[in-house]
Design a protein around this ligand. Structure first.
Ligand SMILES: Cc1cc2nc3c(=O)[nH]c(=O)nc-3n(C[C@H](O)[C@H](O)[C@H](O)COP(=O)(O)OP(=O)(O)OC[C@H]3O[C@@H](n4cnc5c(N)ncnc54)[C@H](O)[C@@H]3O)c2cc1C
Ligand code: SF4
Length: 330
């Protein structure tokens, strides 16, 4: 049997020192993802540093109208927070579309962003997987591929990012606050997760031992008129086939500003900037949104298992944005 040492951290700086000084140490948040991986043998750290009791569990209103969400705020608490529901409804809806009530009560904001892929081969230690064991190959290429990426994939890894919350945060330009051995740094959410390239084992741009301490949400008219839609195999308790986080600010029916992020299509939440640009200044109707989504999807690479995602994400984007426009007209 392999020994596993458990520390309950009471100080963030000390937790960072413990993990950054030991390549076999890991932070433990709510444990809903990491503990599964320990049981499956996907990861085998020798030390767990439990950061879930650190005093990072507050949602604080910032002087500029934004919100600072501590890394230990539980998914249920964040979803139901009145300021989030009012100013960032996309975050509430993204969270409520994920997992189950019990898991959301346990899962933390930091752990949710850092949960690992649900690729079936990643979780099956009997199969080759470059993300789990670099250099062994990718079983998903030519294997079971219904959940695979259609944008930004590489020959090393074709999996998709699993977090609904992260897709919501991508649409509101959130910032992730990180504490490392050399102090604090702030990472725009778009630079936090990575495309696979030839290093698919690195999900994010965090260095080993860097602790997520908070996420900051800037206030904007787009964030206040935002929502999240998710297409999945079952009505609950299922990861996204594709998902759309979107927000819009209208001026007499024309798009003054818009944000669109897609889940289930890439190794990271995919900000659809080509589509956003195509929509600015346009009247927001179904055809305009479909054309804008088509422009973004010109870069898509599909096979017979993933071709359905192109139509699905295009249609879901149109539904999401037109429902926001209808809400604005009422
Ligand atoms: C059955 C099931 C269904 C699910 N369905 C969905 C779904 O539909 N949508 C969805 O988005 N999610 C879903 N999830 C995933 C769930 O949301 C995640 O497991 C959860 O959010 C992870 O949070 P946690 O706090 O438990 O993280 P943990 O399991 O504790 O940690 C996850 C990772 O984050 C690291 N970590 C934790 N906290 C920090 C921190 N503060 N700083 C740095 N690193 C940290 C850990 O080292 C680990 O690598 C599902 C999970 C299950 C089991
Ligand atoms: S797609 Fe990525 S996670 Fe899945 S088997 Fe290939 S390398 Fe592993």
């Amino acid at each position: 049997m392999k020994e596993l040492t458990y520390h309950r951290a009471t100080d963030a700086t000390a937790a960072v020192a413990l993990v950054s000084g030991d390549p076999d140490a890991r932070f433990l948040g709510g444990g809903t993802n990491l503990v599964d991986h320990l049981k499956l043998g996907v990861t085998s750290p020798t030390t767990l540093v439990d950061v879930s009791r650190l005093p990072l569990d507050e949602v604080t209103e910032l002087p500029d109208g934004g919100l600072r969400v501590g890394a230990n705020v539980r998914n249920s608490d964040l979803a139901s927070h009145p300021a989030v529901r009012r100013g960032w409804p996309v975050v509430t809806r993204a969270l409520l579309s994920g997992a189950s009530g019990q898991i959301r009560n346990q899962a933390t904001t930091g752990g949710n962003l850092l949960q690992r892929t649900r690729c079936v081969y990643f979780q099956d230690v009997t199969t080759p997987c470059n993300k789990r064991e670099p250099g062994t190959g990718c079983s998903a290429i030519g294997g079971y591929g219904r959940y695979n990426a259609i944008l930004g994939a590489s020959g090393s890894c074709v999996t998709t990012h699993p977090s609904d919350l992260a897709v919501g945060l991508a649409a509101v330009d959130a910032t992730v606050v990180v504490l490392g051995p050399d102090g604090e740094r702030r990472v725009p959410i778009g630079d936090f997760h990575r495309l696979p390239g030839d290093r698919p084992e690195q999900d994010t741009t965090l260095a080993h031992g860097e602790l997520v301490t908070a996420v900051e949400l800037p206030a904007s008219p787009v964030a206040a008129r935002s929502t999240y839609r998710k297409a999945r195999d079952r009505a609950s308790y299922a990861f996204a086939l594709v998902s759309v986080a979107a927000g819009v600010e209208l001026d007499g029916g024309r798009v003054r500003d818009v944000r669109i992020a897609w889940g289930g299509v890439a190794h990271k939440p995919w900000r659809a900037e080509v589509a956003e640009e195509a929509l600015r200044g346009q009247y927001l109707g179904e055809d305009a949104v479909r054309q804008a989504a088509e422009a973004e999807l010109e870069a898509a690479v599909t096979d017979e298992q993933t071709a359905y995602k192109v139509a699905m994400v295009r249609n879901l984007t149109a539904l999401t944005l037109t429902s926001l426009a209808e809400g604005a007209a009422r």
